[in-house]
Design a protein around this ligand. Structure first.
Ligand code: ZN
Length: 124
């Protein structure tokens, strides 16, 4: 298997791996990657009952922007609604909703295709 690495930083606040108390809608707690365990509460609306990992950022220096401040980046994080059977991967632009969720298989395929294109471009 290919070892994927990138220069990344995190943007979301520190969290814990698991909820402190057992919630009726979350009897088994959070997945290990969920950074919002302490933020889940009993009266969360069903639409808000979602696990999320920290976002990993990859700066995109070729992306032209007029906005000052944080340089543009692509963000990647894991999400899973409490009733979904499998996690999803978000790949998006900055902190916008421009991007899309992918299944784990789709995200893996995209990562492998990017690596293949990088190898081709480098003549490897
Ligand atoms: Zn969670």
């Amino acid at each position: 298997m290919t070892n994927l690495t990138a220069n990344t930083t995190t943007t979301q606040p520190q969290g814990t791996d698991k909820a402190v108390e057992t919630l009726s809608w979350l009897p088994d707690g959070c997945p290990a990657w969920c950074e919002y365990g302490e933020l889940h509460v009993e009266n969360d609306q069903p639409v808000d009952r979602e696990h999320s990992s920290r976002a990993l950022e990859v700066l995109t220096s070729l992306y032209n922007t007029e906005e000052p401040g944080h340089p543009p980046y692509m963000a990647v994080h894991i999400a899973q609604h409490y009733r979904e059977s499998e996690a999803r991967i978000w790949v998006g632009q900055d902190e916008t909703n421009v991007g899309r969720f992918m299944t784990l298989d789709e995200a893996r395929e995209l990562a492998l295709q990017i690596l293949e294109q990088v190898k081709r471009a480098e003549g490897i």
